[in-house]
Design a protein around this ligand. Structure first.
Ligand SMILES: Nc1ncnc2c1ncn2[C@@H]1O[C@H](COP(=O)(O)OP(=O)(O)OP(=O)(O)O)[C@@H](O)[C@H]1O
Length: 259
């Protein structure tokens, strides 16, 4: 196994409590986690354990109630992070190309260059030919590919993905997993990827952080031993895949059972 890269995201004793009219919810408790440069880290855990909250804290969308989070920003010309959510967060009133161009213009890229960059990423996500279509006229899988193209086009130092494939049907999900694997292998961004799917985490991740039931803590971190570049069919058919899936499922099942 290669030596670990420097730490890109350092989370220390991080806690998050939501307070509201009907009381308070302790969503995260004493989270300690490192994400390394160029690593694909999957966050897996039972529903409501705080995966989205942790990702939102990493994205700067929520403030921790306690503890710290540090994300190293190496290149000020690149955004620190970009986020892809589950629900195809694209602008319905903009064409597919304009959706990808928009954050580039905000970043100060000139329109001609922004169009070139947008078309490059749309091609990478197999969306050539749909540049002028509006998101609501294409499938859910295509909308999500637009959201991914838009996030990658700004070349973020870290890509934060919150169950980006969860709303897709099973076959589309497999295809888009393979696309993500291919893109990540070509670009090697630092990625934090929230998923409910053990198979998805094993196929895509370098490591899997399994969270405990609420309040979410990191219960265990599993190294995924498959070499890269990965062939999805080979990985899914390997005995190690079945063994690891079993191991992770047993870990998760313990978290799902009431104490
Ligand atoms: N803005 C908020 N206000 C109050 N409670 C919240 C808020 N956001 C999340 N929570 C609560 O915090 C806990 C963790 O939620 P979170 O969405 O992070 O979990 P999750 O692991 O991503 O869940 P799922 O897998 O179902 O998407 C839940 O009990 C949720 O109801």
């Amino acid at each position: 196994m290669p030596p670990p890269q420097p730490v890109k995201i350092a989370v220390r004793q991080l806690g998050k409590v939501f307070s509201g009219g009907s009381g308070s919810v302790r969503a995260l408790d004493e989270i300690v986690l490192d994400v390394h440069d160029g690593e694909f880290l999957c966050l897996l855990g039972p529903s409501g354990c705080g995966k989205t909250t942790l990702l939102r804290v990493m994205a700067g969308l929520e403030r921790p109630s306690s503890g710290t989070i540090r994300i190293r920003h190496d290149d000020p010309s690149r955004p620190l992070s970009a986020v892809v959510f589950q629900d195809y967060s694209v602008f319905p009133w903009k064409t597919i190309r304009e959706n990808v161009i928009f954050p580039l213009l905000q970043k100060g890229v000139r329109r001609t260059r922004a169009k070139e960059v947008a078309d490059h990423w749309l091609a990478q996500l197999d969306l050539s030919g749909f540049e002028n279509a509006y998101p609501d006229t294409v499938s859910g899988g295509m909308k999500q590919r637009v959201a991914i193209a838009r996030a990658l086009a700004v070349e973020p130092e870290t890509l934060l993905m919150d169950e980006p494939l969860a709303a897709l049907d099973a076959q589309l999900r497999l295809l888009l997993q393979e696309k993500l694997l291919e893109l990540w292998q070509a670009n090697q961004n630092t990625v934090v990827f929230v998923t409910h799917s053990i198979d998805e985490a094993l196929l895509l991740g370098d490591r899997i952080a399994v969270m405990s039931a609420r309040p979410g803590r990191i219960a265990t971190v599993i190294d995924v031993p498959f070499a890269r570049p990965r062939d999805p069919d080979e990985i899914r058919a390997s005995p190690d895949f079945a063994l690891l899936r079993d191991e992770i499922w047993h870990r998760l099942r313990r978290e799902l059972q009431p104490a």
